[in-house]
Structure formats: C-alpha cells, structure tokens
Design a protein around this ligand. Structure first.
Ligand code: ADP
Ligand code: MG
Length: 503
C-alpha cells in the first residue's frame, strides 16, 4: 500500500512538473495525495492557489491511464480557456497525442455542433469539458454515462439547482435509487442508522472533486455529498496543514532550553509521562522560562498562556490529552516540541500485540469517517475480531490486510524485550495545533521532535509521508530566523480575511 501510493505520488509530481515546469504547491500536494487515494473531496481555498490547474492536470493524468473525466465550468469562456490550456499541456507530452478532449461550446457552428453531438453520444472522448448549464440541459444523457472523475470548478454555481447534484452523483456511478434513499435518510434524520450510510462511497464509484473559494451552500441536497461520499462542502474533512518538522537527534535538556529561547513564545511542549514532564518543567522554570502545565490547574494556566503571560505550556502527549485535542488557538500556538515521539511501549506478548495494532489502525480510520467516530465514541475497548468485522463493513479485506501489514512493518522490539510503536495519530493531532485555518489562510507551524531512536524516527517519518506528505529537516538544515518570520507572517490579518470559511 505504502509503496504503491508513494510511487503514484512521485509519478504524479513528476508528471505535473513535466507539463507545468513548476512543482506542485503545498495545497496541490495535499490534493494530489487525496486524489491518488481515490477519495472525493472539496478543494476549499482562495482564488489563485491552483485549483483549476490541479483539476486539469488530474484529468490528463487519468486519461493516460485509460480513465474518463468530465470537467465542469461555470461559463463558456472558462471552459474554452481550460480546453486550450489542456491542449498545451498535452503538447508537452510525447505519449498524449491519443488523448481525446471534447469541448462543448454553445457558440459553435452548426456542423461543429453535429460533430460534437456524435462524439458526445458515443462517448468518443477521454476528457469532456462542459458548462454548468450543459449539465442541466443534458442531464438525461450525462446521468447514464460513467466518469472516473468529475471535476466541478466553482461548485457554487452548480449547487443552485439541486437537480444538478443528482446528475453529478449519477455521473460517478450512483443510482437514482441510492440517491433517493440517502435523501430520505437525510430528511428523516435517522441518526440511529447513520453508520450504515457511510459505506457506499468508495466501491466502484468515480471520484467527485469540487472546487470553491467560499463554499457555503444551503439546503438539503448538498448534504447528499456528505451522505454518499463522506465529505461535506464547506468543511474540511481532513486537515490541510503547513508544518515544518524538525528532528533533533540528541535529547538534551540544554538543547531544549536553547530551542525554547530561540522560539520564545507560543510553544506547546509534549512529554510522554507526567513524571518526566515535572522534571523538565522544573528545569526550564529554574532557567527563567515562563511555563505552565496541564496537570496542575489546567484552566487557569491555559488562560495565562492565552493572555501571553506564559510562553510555554507542557502536557502529556496522549491521543485524548487536553493539549492534543482540546484547543484551537491559531494566533497563539506557533510551535510545538515533542520531548520524544509519542509512543506505546509494552511487553512483547504477540497474542496481544496484533489486537493493539488493530485498534490503532482503527483509530486512524475513524479520523477519516466522522460518522463512524461518533458511533464509536463511547466504545473504549474493542475486541479484535469484532473490530475487524466492523471495519470490514467499510473497506475491503484486501485494503484491511494491507493497512495492518503496513503498520506491522513499523514495529520495533527493544533490547529489553519491549514492543514499541510510535503513536502517529497523536503526533499528527499534537503538531496540528500549530497549523490551522485562520480566516482564509492556513497558519504556518513548526514541530520539533527530540528523538534518539532511528527506527522509531524512521517509522514516524514514513507514516507521516504516507498520510500527509510532510518532510523533515535536521536541525543543522534549519534557518530558524526565516522560519519564524514565515510563522509570524502567516498570522497577520489581511483584508481578504473578511471572507471567513466555516470550519
Ligand atoms: P485557482 O483555480 O485556484 O484560482 P489556478 O489554477 O487558476 O488557481 O492558478 C492560478 C495561477 O497560478 C495560474 O496562473 C497558474 O498558472 C498558477 N499556478 C498553478 N499551479 C501552480 C504551481 N504549482 N506553481 C506555480 N504556479 C502555479
Ligand atoms: Mg480556478
């Protein structure tokens, strides 16, 4: 799973660079990952960050792999322009002359129209470029076709008609019946049966990618997207983040103090145990650092941190820890420091280990499936077999086995016979506090990890690459000054922040 994905991602990056002569932007890399995992999603980002370009390249990438796409634009001129850009991209590739791009333009001459009609009806294209209006007008034909990808540029226009939503869903393989049932479930808001509805999404369906700069649609029909595809327009179902990860190999208190003195303020410090935390906090406080902790009087100390009376706050890094989950303070929190990778350590009992690992797999999986997560909120201990069966309702046995295998390849057994696993979800959650959507912008964060063990570090790093495509730097590669400047810059209020996105 990991290698395939990594290979595809690299192939896509190279493909993009080859035709565009520039690397993917941060946003585009996030979308690429999502796209290669064949997930439907929303590109919510301000104008000008590369949404349309991404859609064009993605459709060309699929076309070369024998897959069909439809690109839907709000106006004829945008459709025309995209057609021209795609033709340019195509010209840069040696193996793309066979890719057939079909453009609809209502201003075409009669004979061109007839030609279009013939090709359209016989599906003689790899990429179909149409307008929102065309979707309404030709819904009868479109709804019977199948597309591996439907990319809707500027979804706000198309959402004005709820019938359009049905058509888009049918274009990626949902039947009228499935749509009807999902609508009914939404109408009756039958929460008890909620968990049954997440499932349909991925199997034998195409992908729907919609782009929007604001995305705040109203009404029942847009909810269908969430119901059937597991995403909701105008919300982020996964975290977009902009974080620089830095590893410091030698775990020394003096180094920690030095780093805190460089960064100065807005720092979360994660430790693995309270005991260890107390010792470190004592050392830092004695050296003049204004530091609070979560284990004494959290609410009070957190208030002080908020008011900038404390510069650092220290907490234990556990998945449901107060610092890991509870807070969302994009202006204040700029840096986090992990005093060791969050990890599980337990005596090697191979009967127990797999179960434990499965639970972790499941926790990660839940992150992607809010409905399921809600359902399992109160289930603390999951029996392996039960868990397996539950998960298998939602993903194929093949994917399940691959994920388990992938996780197992990152286990480490220490000399004293302990089994150690980095707690990757906790690292992601914890570091994620430093990079949030803030108005229209994404704040820049920095996560510093003290980790002496190379196996643990490599395992964390590769998991993170897989999940988020995030890179790592060694301490000596870092220019703290410019990094801190970037962190600061991303938190400045700008005029366009009046257009707030509802996260
Ligand atoms: P959006 O649809 O989000 O408004 P576009 O795809 O139209 O953004 O891109 C905006 C501009 O940025 C275009 O001029 C495009 O050529 C350029 N652009 C897109 N992707 C990249 C990239 N990866 N690197 C540099 N420039 C890019
Ligand atoms: Mg655009």
């Amino acid at each position: 799973l990991y290698w395939n994905f990594q290979q595809n991602l690299n192939a896509f990056k190279m493909f993009f660079e080859h035709i565009f002569q520039k690397p993917l932007t941060g946003y585009q890399r996030t979308w690429a990952r999502r796209f290669l995992l064949s997930k439907s999603f929303t590109l919510v980002a301000p104008t000008g960050v590369g949404k349309t370009t991404f859609g064009l390249v993605a459709s060309l990438f699929l076309a070369l792999n024998g897959k069909k796409s439809a690109l839907v634009f709000p106006t004829i001129s945008l459709a025309q322009q995209s057609f021209e850009r795609l033709e340019e991209f195509k010209a840069k590739l040696e193996n793309a002359n066979t890719v057939k791009i079909l453009l609809f333009n209502s201003l075409m001459t009669k004979s061109r129209k007839e030609e279009f009609e013939k090709r359209f009806l016989s599906c003689d294209f790899d990429i179909l470029i149409i307008t929102t209006q065309f979707v309404s007008k030709r819904k009868d034909v479109l709804s019977k076709m199948f597309f591996d990808l439907v990319f809707v540029d500027d979804v706000d226009a198309i959402l004005k008609s709820s019938k359009n939503i049905d058509t888009l869903l049918q274009m990626i393989g949902f039947s009228e019946d499935e749509i009807e049932k999902a609508t009914e479930r939404l109408r009756t808001k039958n929460k008890e049966n909620g968990q049954d509805t997440v499932s349909n999404g991925s199997k034998n369906k195409g992908m729907l990618i919609v782009s929007s700069a604001t995305a705040k649609p109203q009404g029942l029909k847009p909810l269908l997207f969430r119901e059937l595809l597991g995403f909701e327009i105008g919300r982020f179902t996964f975290n977009i983040r902009n974080i620089t990860n830095i590893r410091i190999k030698k775990k020394s208190k003096e180094k920690l103090l030095e780093i805190i003195n460089i960064l100065k303020d807005g720092i979360l410090l994660f430790v693995n145990t309270e005991e260890e935390g107390k010792e470190i906090v004592k050392f830092l406080a004695e050296n003049g650092i204004k530091i609070g902790t979560t284990w004494s009087n959290f609410d009070e100390e957190f208030e002080l941190f908020k008011e900038e009376k404390l510069n650092v706050i220290c907490g234990v890094s556990s998945y449901y820890g107060k610092l890991i989950r509870g807070i969302d303070l994009p202006e204040r929190i700029k840096y986090c420091i992990f005093w060791e990778t969050p990890r599980f350590r337990f005596s090697v009992d191979m009967d127990k280990a797999p179960r434990f690992v499965l639970e972790r797999v499941f926790v990660e999986y839940l992150e992607d499936h809010p409905k399921l997560k809600e359902y399992f909120k109160n289930v603390e201990i999951l029996q392996t077999e039960k868990l397996r069966q539950l998960v298998l309702k939602y993903i194929s046995a093949e994917s399940y086995n691959k994920i388990v295998q992938e996780i197992f390849s990152h286990l480490k057994i220490t000399d004293d016979g302990k089994l150690v696993i980095p707690d990757v979800p906790t690292y992601i959650q914890g570091s994620g506090r430093t990079s949030r959507m803030f108005g229209m912008r994404l704040t820049k964060g920095v996560s510093i990890l003290f980790e002496e063990d190379d196996t643990i570090f490599e395992s964390l790093k590769s998991r993170l690459m897989f999940l988020l495509d995030e890179e790592w730097m060694e301490e000596n590669e870092v220019d703290f000054e410019s990094l801190m400047e970037e962190v600061k810059e991303s938190r400045k209020i700008q005029n366009n922040d009046f257009y707030q996105i509802d996260t």
